[in-house]
Design a protein around this ligand. Sequence first.
Ligand code: T46
Length: 285
Amino acid sequence: MSLVKLIDLPSFGDERGGLVALESNQSIPFEVKRLYYIFNTADKPRGFHAHINLKQVAICLKGSCRFILDDGQHKEEVVLASPTQGLIIEGLTWREMHDFSEDCVLLVLASEHFSEDDYIRDYQEFIKVVNKPFLHPLSDVMSSNIGQKTKVWQFSVVLPKAVIGENCNICAHTMIENDVIIGNNVTIKSGVYVWDGITLEDNVFIGPCVAFTNDKAPRSKQYPNVFPKTIVEKGASIGANATILPGIRIGQNALIGAGAVITKDVPANAIVVGNPGIIKGYIEE
Ligand code: T46
């Protein structure tokens, strides 16, 4: 999605001149609580900050200037040079204004009253904020070891010592215990419980309702001294409803079919299906 969102403002110009009408929640997509204008800039760049919540529409009433917008992933730029065009600037967007023409008058309509607390003026701080993990308010995440850009969705529980890498997607209705290490770019679909002793390496995909286990002889209230280690190596995928018995190693890029029951280690690149799981072939690079 483009960062540059331009709106055409309602214009009633005729032979007598131009007339643009701006109304809260109509031509301007929020309630306007404040407006300010920038002029006589002597071509000095401005901005170099983001806002946490503030939404704004910038309109170049006279002359021109160039905006750079940056969402922390990519940058786009646009030249404003028309009093009938508005640039919507959303929250958590880094903005810079450059190349003001001598006669530039820039009007800005803002959704909130002025508050210095809403500014992020340090770029590194901005990058941290935009990339911070998203923990849905209906999740219960007790660990603080969650990597940047990771998302944890509704009704998911993450115990305090779990370690989760960057850019993971932990879908709704999941549970991650303490002695668990999850790498980067891992997807865990709904209905998966990741028990103590399990490691999921980078780029692993765990399909819906995959059943991991960590006790070879389960008895109520009796625990093994150490839980067997299960390791799903880099790039492996496990299909929906597969069952992984305790202490198994699934090799890099292996593909486990839906509903398979994995009773022994799986070599790298193997395709395993059935109950008990058997190797049907190998993935070609
Ligand atoms: C933005 C870009 C597009 C106030 O006291 N009240 C206000 O309403 C505003 C806008 C600013 N100020 C104070 C805060 C600073 O001490 O005025 C001083 C200059 O503001 P700043 O350095 O933030 O100005 P710009 O031109 O770099 O940025 C302005 C807006 O502040 C900002 O919200 O998005 O224009």
